[in-house]
Design a binder for this molecule. Structure first.
Ligand code: ZN
Length: 94
């Protein structure tokens, strides 16, 4: 988790824990918001990876886009790549 947070901040994103209502994760410009009160670290990691994937893959408002469902599918695939790579690299360190 720290590695992914550090990566995000290093890439110029500001990651904040926020009292979000409608979503568990949100991307606005270079700001990533994660809903407060989530104690599942794996899920937090997934949320951060998912929002990072949006940031790299998509532009503008994906929530209200007619392609929203497709963008979500792409962000999930991007998140899977990020998390698999991170797990692989963290495994190498052991
Ligand atoms: Zn999304």
């Amino acid at each position: 988790m720290e590695n992914l947070f550090a990566f995000a901040e290093n890439q110029g994103f500001k990651v904040s824990i926020l009292p979000l209502k409608a979503n568990d994760g949100l991307l606005y410009g270079n700001h990533i918001g994660l809903r407060e009160g989530i104690d599942d670290m794996e899920y937090m990691k997934y949320l951060l990876a998912h929002e990072l994937a949006h940031a790299y893959l998509h532009e503008g408002d994906t929530i209200h886009s007619p392609f929203h469902a497709e963008y979500e599918r792409q962000a999930d695939k991007g998140a899977a790549l990020i998390l698999d790579l991170l797990n692989f690299m963290e495994g190498e360190e052991r």
